[in-house]
Design a protein around this ligand. Structure first.
Ligand SMILES: Cc1cc2nc3c(=O)[nH]c(=O)nc-3n(C[C@H](O)[C@H](O)[C@H](O)COP(=O)(O)O)c2cc1C
Length: 160
């Protein structure tokens, strides 16, 4: 497999997850691509593309939505896996289904909600205020679900 792992991340959690996935796939020498640095990467060199983003105020990063829209035909010719970082467990499934379009979710070999983190050190005043209001937390929290990461990699390695 020639693998590209595309991600968007504001406070570093999705970036961390992308790199954990890359470590588990290291035999395939995956390339990690930060969409903030390169919003429209050339995907022609890869037969497998992983896409990961995170949720803010109910929605995924716009650069993920734009990338998917602009590359729809290309993505349908690749093996795909989708992952999402978010903290609202009750809304996570809805958030996932809103973040990634139907046609891509059904084409994908793996769709995983990975959990997330509140990294208070990386938040501005307003974000800290909002997180405190939403979750009541005054300290950083990490709820990355390692089993979902392992499942995603297993799906990639076993499903055609
Ligand atoms: C201001 C703010 C708003 C958020 N809104 C949501 C939300 O609506 N739903 C949710 O599930 N998680 C929400 N989260 C949690 C993020 O998705 C979580 O922190 C994630 O790990 C961020 O990943 P990133 O650092 O890669 O951007 C929010 C976090 C912040 C800081």
């Amino acid at each position: 497999m020639s693998i590209a792992i595309l991600f968007a991340s504001k406070h570093g959690t999705t970036e961390k997850v992308a790199s954990q996935i890359a470590t588990l796939l290291e035999d395939h020498k995956p390339i990690i691509l930060n969409l903030k640095k390169n919003p429209m990467p050339d995907l022609s060199a890869y037969n497998t593309v992983l896409i990961g983003g995170s949720i803010y105020a109910g929605g995924i990063q716009k650069r993920i939505t734009v990338l998917i829209k602009e590359n729809a035909e290309v993505l349908l010719q690749k093996k795909i896996a989708l992952f999402l970082c978010c903290m609202n467990e009750k809304e996570a499934e809805n958030e996932f289904n809103t973040a990634y379009p139907d046609w891509l979710r059904s084409h994908s070999v793996s769709n995983k909600i990975i959990g997330g983190e509140y990294n208070l050190d990386k938040m501005n005043f307003i974000e800290k205020f909002l997180v405190r209001k939403i979750s009541g937390t005054k300290t950083s929290i990490s709820k990355i679900d390692q089993t979902k990461i392992v499942e995603l990699v297993k799906d990639l390695n076993t499903k055609p």
